[in-house]
Unconditional design. Structure first.
Length: 109
């Protein structure tokens, strides 16, 4: 997982990184080590490295270990990807194999 985070210390857009590129904050909810969850993790990591390299934070949450977080985000299925930043918030359900749909839905330029 990408560990770097952008901090909004001067009232700047929290989705903008130092070089002016958009910074993406993503959460992928999975269910333990099911085949769909494993595919979703691999697919979203590949997409992030190909299209957002250095401009994203990806948190992977196992809902069996953290059901409260899943409840707070009102999940109805897993795997689910939530794009928190840049706004608007968006959700994607499935194994994240439809790269074209994700690129369009995440508004990656």
């Amino acid at each position: 997982m990408e560990e770097s985070k952008v901090q909004d210390t001067a009232g700047n857009d929290p989705a903008a990184s130092k070089d002016g590129e958009l910074f993406y904050v993503l959460t992928l909810y999975v269910t333990a080590t099911t085949p769909r969850s494993i595919r979703a993790i691999a697919n979203i990591r590949k997409l992030c490295e190909q299209h957002l390299s250095g401009h994203y934070e990806l948190d992977i949450v196992d809902i069996s270990r953290d059901p409260e977080m899943a409840k707070a985000d009102q999940l109805i299925a897993a795997p689910t990807l939530i794009k928190r930043l840049p706004l608007p918030l968006r959700r994607f359900i499935g194994d994240m194999s439809d790269t074209k749909r994700l690129v369009v839905g995440l508004d990656i330029r």
